[in-house]
Design a protein around this ligand. Structure first.
Ligand code: AMP
Length: 176
C-alpha cells in the first residue's frame, strides 16, 4: 500500500461533527500507529527537500502533532500559532471570519525573525481561512511564506485558491 492509501485507511469519518452536515476527518487513529507516523513525517518533510525554509509554523492544535515532528526531522525551529489568550509572552493577533462569527489566532512576536521563509502546517485544509490567517501573522512579523503543508486537503472547498495569494507552493499527502 502506498502512503496515501495507508493514511486513508486510518482516517475516520465522523458524520455530523461538530455540527450537522459536516463530516469530520478524524486523524487520531493515525497516532496509534508509530511506524506509520514515522513514514508520514518522512513524506511530509521530503516534499520540501532542497527548499529554503527557516521555520515551521504549526496551527493549534492538530497542526502541532506532525508540525513539530516535521520541524525536528528537518532540524528547523517550530513555532506554535494558538487561539487567542493561550500564548503567554508578547503576541500579535489576527481575526478572521468563520461561517458563524469570527476567530482570533496569535503568535509570539519574537518567534519569527525578519526575512525568515516559513512553512505553514496544519492537519487539514478546508476553506483555507485558518491557514491564511496564520500567513497574515507571519507577514506581519516580516517573514515570508515558503509554502503550505497539510496532511489532508478537502479539494471541493477550494481552500488552495485562497492561499495562492501567499504562496503557490501547497502540498497535501491525501486529497478528498
Ligand atoms: P479552514 O480554515 O476552513 O481551512 O479549516 C481548517 C481548520 O479546521 C483546520 O485546523 C482543521 O483541523 C479544521 N477542520 C475544518 N474542517 C474539518 C473537517 N472536515 N475535518 C477535520 N478538521 C476540520
Amino acid at each position: 500500500m502506498n502512503i496515501t492509501d495507508k493514511i486513508k485507511s486510518k482516517i475516520r469519518d465522523v458524520k455530523d461533527f461538530p455540527k450537522p452536515g459536516i463530516t469530520f476527518k478524524d486523524i487520531t487513529p493515525l497516532l496509534s500507529d508509530p511506524g506509520l507516523c514515522e513514514e508520514i513525517v518522512k513524506h511530509l518533510a521530503g516534499q520540501w527537500k532542497g527548499q529554503k525554509i527557516d521555520a515551521i509554523v504549526g496551527i493549534e492544535s492538530r497542526g502541532f502533532l506532525f508540525g513539530m515532528l516535521m520541524a525536528q526531522h528537518m532540524h528547523l525551529p517550530f513555532v506554535p500559532v494558538r487561539k487567542k489568550g493561550k500564548l503567554p509572552a508578547d503576541t500579535i493577533s489576527y481575526s478572521y471570519a468563520l461561517e458563524y462569527g469570527e476567530a482570533t489566532i496569535e503568535i509570539h512576536t519574537d518567534s519569527i525573525k525578519e526575512g525568515w521563509k516559513v512553512l505553514i502546517h496544519d492537519d487539514l485544509l478546508a476553506t483555507g481561512g485558518t491557514a491564511a490567517a496564520a500567513a497574515e501573522l507571519v507577514k506581519n512579523l516580516n517573514g515570508s511564506i515558503a509554502g503550505f503543508s497539510f496532511l489532508v486537503e478537502l479539494d471541493f472547498l477550494k481552500g488552495h485558491e485562497l492561499l495562492e495569494d501567499y504562496s503557490q507552493a501547497l502540498k497535501a499527502l491525501v486529497h478528498y
